[in-house]
Ligand binder design. Structure first.
Ligand code: PEP
Ligand code: MG
Length: 612
């Protein structure tokens, strides 16, 4: 199929579809031209793949193995509880019946063979027919059965992914379109170098988009219903600077955007040119830049751009790569690899920041509010064996390298005390076994309102702070950072957020503890000027933000930034602050922030907001 010639048949003649321009929320800078690949599935994400005749038998075997795995999982979950007190649920029995229904399974196998498609796609097509039939039944009780089919289909899809990566690559110039893309899916798809991402849901600080920015992959979101408008193969342009998607682009748009793509690539290359290490504001205030890194490949570029070590390594990305907790040896290897890259400047490795949902098999009880649930340090405290394994791995890797440990989502000093006790116990175990270990420093993520309020107490228990502005905004303002519907309430320049940041910086200074700001705020030139005005001197950011942030810092004076942030305290609403920041920046730093690069965008509520 020639994707650039998207046509419909019209009495034998071919008609080109009219161009459609759709507004989106830009979340990763860049421009791309390519063809749509629609991604489906909730837990396990997949797309339609056409198979060769020779691949079909193997695909059917893969499907049968997945069904066997799904049955084993269900039998395990359906076992009556050991204490015999709770009644065994019979939901799982009906799920097992579906998994043993020969006609359902045959239909899926026939779909694979007849349509020559991957098992995931066949499961989707067949289960959708069943779901549609159940939904059409008048009897309410019977109608509800469609939920069981949905659950079983999701379980088979999960099992299909259980054996590791699909190994099948996206075609060249693919643009991923999905309701949302999980970070683990994006990591897997990055291997085939997609050109851009379009989603219905997700926020600026969603991990998927943090990863997209790290990979220089243009991305837009907020495109409700996009999967109903596009088909795999549709020709599309993604403008991640201005938040626009051009579907079925005309020749004129293609010509215009081809130049934009070239410029984007040129700028990216230019931004990779090496620079000196020391970075100062115009009035001589030294600022240290570090890199946030989830995949080791990016560090060479970060180093060239003057990053001093790795400020944040999210170890949970290993969990995604290994599809579960990596073993002690796998972790030691990964930590040594990242620490060897960062050398004397060191790496801050954050312990697993996972949610319960990421651990459990599908269909187990879901948390209503995962962000407020069993997450990060809380989760690891309920998985002590795995936490001890991680601490042991970190200690051993720290024997040869400079590694610091950071605890995520701290809300109570007791969590730090307990973690340190476990760290000391693991050190002792290693010592007794004659295994070499290092002496990593322990730090805390300050990213909850509780941590801000008890920052002085936390300072007595740790060697350093990492200020996580992504979660801080989420928790201070009670606004889900991944939820597109409340994106307008995610206000980085809210007075409560700015006062929280100020409190943390002042408390840390009083207690002589360094603070590294490592949320996405630290990678945005506008916010960086404010962070510096508030007193931040250490910033850690995505590799692809370093060049722009450097340019900003070396062209502003700390005193000017301080004056602006001091005046911010006069305002009590984020709208007033945004207006004031915009006007002050345009007046003082017009060489850095023109109206084009400091645009105000209209929100759904009709107000103007500075774009992140
Ligand atoms: C943060 O919350 O700001 C942060 C750096 O961590 P993450 O984005 O992984 O939650
Ligand atoms: Mg966080």
């Amino acid at each position: 199929m020639n994707f650039s010639e998207k046509t419909t048949k019209n009495n034998g003649a071919k008609t080109r579809l009219p161009e459609l321009r759709l507004k989106a929320r830009a979340v990763a800078r860049g421009v791309a031209i390519g063809h749509v690949v629609c991604l489906h599935g909730r837990q396990r994400q997949f797309y339609r793949i056409s198979l060769e005749d020779s691949q079909i038998e193997r695909e059917i075997r893969r499907f049968r193995a997945a069904v066997r795995l799904a049955r084993r999982q269900l039998k395990k979950i359906a076992l009556p509880p050991a204490d015999g007190q709770l009644k065994k649920s019979n939901i799982f029995d009906s799920h097992l019946l579906i998994l043993e229904d020969r006609s359902f399974l045959d239909k899926i196998e026939n779909q694979i063979g007849r349509e020559k498609v991957n098992a995931e796609w066949a499961v989707k097509i067949v289960s959708e027919v069943y779901i549609g039939n159940y939904k059409a039944i008048a009897d309410e009780h019977l109608r509800e059965k469609y939920i069981d089919v949905e659950d079983v289909a999701e379980r088979i899809l999960g099992a299909l992914g259980g054996g590791g990566k699909s190994g099948i690559k996206l075609e060249k110039n693919s643009i991923i379109v999905a309701r949302e893309v999980k970070p683990s899916t994006l990591i897997e798809l990055m291997e085939s170098e997609p050109k851009a991402v379009i989603t219905e849901h997700g926020g600026w600080t969603s991990h998927t988009f943090i990863l997209a920015r790290e990979q220089n992959l243009p991305a837009v979101t907020g495109m409700k219903g996009i999967l109903r408008r596009v088909k795999t193969g549709d020709h599309v342009i993604v403008d991640g600077f201005n938040g626009q998607v051009v579907l079925h682009p005309s020749d004129k748009s293609l010509a215009k955007y081809r130049i934009a793509v070239e410029n984007f690539q040129e700028n990216t290359n230019r931004e990779s040119e090496p620079v000196g290490e020391k970075l100062k504001t115009l009035d001589g205030c030294e600022i240290t830049l570090r890199a946030n890194l989830d995949l080791p490949q990016g560090y060479a570029k970060a180093r060239r751009l003057g990053a001093r070590g790795i400020g944040l390594y999210r170890s949970e990305f290993l969990f995604n790569q290994f599809r579960g907790f990596p073993s002690e040896q796998e972790q030691i290897k990964a930590y040594r690899k990242i620490a060897a890259l960062s050398g004397d400047e060191g790496v801050r490795i954050r312990t697993f920041d996972l949610s319960a949902e990421q651990l459990g098999p599908v269909n187990e009880e879901k948390e209503k509010n995962p962000a407020l649930g069993l997450r990060a340090i809380r989760l690891m405290m309920t998985h002590k064996k795995q936490f001890r394994t991680q601490l042991r791995a970190l200690l051993q890797a720290a024997a040869q390298h400079r590694i610091d440990i950071v605890l995520p989502m701290v809300t109570d000093v007791a969590e730090i005390v307990a973690a340190r006790k476990m760290l000391d116990a693991e050190k002792e175990r290693l010592r007794q076994r004659g295994i070499e270990h290092g002496e990593p420093r322990l730090g805390a993520m300050i990213e909850t309102p509780a941590a801000v309020l008890i920052a002085a107490d936390i300072a007595r228990e740790v060697e350093f702070f990492c200020l996580g502005t992504n979660d801080l905004v989420q928790y201070v303002l009670a606004v889900d950072r991944d939820n597109e519907f409340v994106a307008d309430w995610y206000k980085t320049l809210h007075p409560a957020v700015l006062r929280s940041i100020k409190t943390v910086l002042v408390t840390a200074a009083k207690n002589q503890k360094p603070v590294l700001v490592c949320g996405e705020m630290a990678g945005s030139p506008v916010y960086v000027a404010i962070l510096i005005g508030l007193g931040a001197t250490e910033l850690s950011m995505n590799v692809n933000s370093i060049a722009r942030v450097r340019r900003t810092i070396s062209n502003i004076a700390y005193e000017e930034a301080r004056e602006i942030t001091e005046r911010i305290t006069e305002f009590s609403t984020s709208d007033e602050i945004e207006y004031f920041v915009r006007e002050s920046f345009l007046r003082k730093w017009s060489h850095l922030f023109s109206r084009e690069i400091l645009p105000a965008v209209k929100t759904k509520k009709g107000k103007l907001r500075i774009r992140d």
